[in-house]
Design a protein around this ligand. Structure first.
Ligand SMILES: [Zn+2]
Ligand SMILES: [Zn+2]
Length: 274
């Protein structure tokens, strides 16, 4: 009898354990390391960086560990962050081609201030000709207005050039950041993307490298397009609306892209091009 009681209690306990999970806000991951583990066990992608934080009462510095040389290294005890590329110091370039109404478009960075019109005639004193002025910021994800004879453009990503508090790194480096830099707005009412005064429903293909022939990811959902992560140097983004044919990546596009380098030279890649 006592055996059955113990048995069913154990089963019940295991069942409860099986149904238990933890929600962390904000979500984080825990890594359990031992003095026998190598730093490699931290990484699940070549795009990750292990940052060991060195603090003293007066200042904070860090030492970065990368997946490409992690094998013989044991993680020191202390405080760690897991980052994703690109990080401050990286300078990468991606190819883009965008076709609307069957015409290719190349972007220049937007004006960093924008005046917003009144909604109704102003009654406030000392009225100016606009309701308020919006200020945009350089984040390090932008255009240099480069374009090839074949209508390919380049997305430049270099987080270091932005003011410290406005830099974006890792998963915050998105196509939406590029869109903001060049003045493309995503409608919150489901109208699509506002480009040069008109709304478009976009289709998108993403290539982790411009020279692979099959898209790595496709979407026509606005939020997936806006939040597309851009960590791949010499990756490519194709965008087109429903009245256009899908843009193609040509040999000339790739030659043009190759004139823009990847820094540092050993910047990781998610695809092997052998
Ligand atoms: Zn730049
Ligand atoms: Zn650049």
């Amino acid at each position: 009898m006592r055996f059955y009681f113990a048995f069913f209690t154990l089963i019940f306990f295991l069942l409860v354990l099986n149904m238990t999970y933890i929600i962390q806000v904000p979500y984080t991951r825990n890594y359990y390391m031992t003095t026998f583990s190598s730093i490699c066990s931290l990484f699940s992608s070549p795009m990750e960086v292990g940052r060991y934080m060195l603090e003293n009462p007066y200042t904070t510095t860090h030492k970065d560990y990368f997946p490409n040389d992690c094998e013989s290294k044991t993680p020191p005890f202390g405080k760690w962050k897991l980052l994703q590329r690109p990080i401050v110091g990286d300078h990468i370039h991606l190819l883009y081609k965008i076709k609307l109404k069957n015409r290719y478009i190349i972007f220049h960075d937007r004006n960093l201030t924008q005046t917003i019109a009144y909604e109704s005639p102003p009654i406030c004193p000392a009225a100016v000709s606009y309701a308020y002025k919006k200020q945009f910021y350089h984040t390090g994800v932008h255009s240099h207005c480069d374009s090839s004879p074949t209508n390919a453009g380049i997305i430049h990503i270099h987080p270091w050039s932005a003011p410290i508090k406005l830099r974006v790194e890792g998963r915050e480096v998105t196509l939406g950041m590029f869109f903001e830099s060049v003045g493309i707005e995503h409608s919150t009412k489901g109208l699509g993307f506002l480009i040069h005064g008109e709304y478009y429903k976009l289709k998108m293909e993403y290539f982790v490298h411009a020279s692979i022939h099959t898209a790595t990811f496709r979407s026509s959902k606005g939020d997936e397009i806006e939040n597309l992560w851009l960590p791949d140097c010499h990756g490519a983004v194709l965008l087109w609306d429903s009245s256009s044919e899908k843009p193609e990546i040509t040999k000339e596009d790739i030659e043009f892209m190759n004139t823009f380098s990847c820094y540092p030279e050993n910047y990781p890649s998610r695809v092997s091009l052998k």
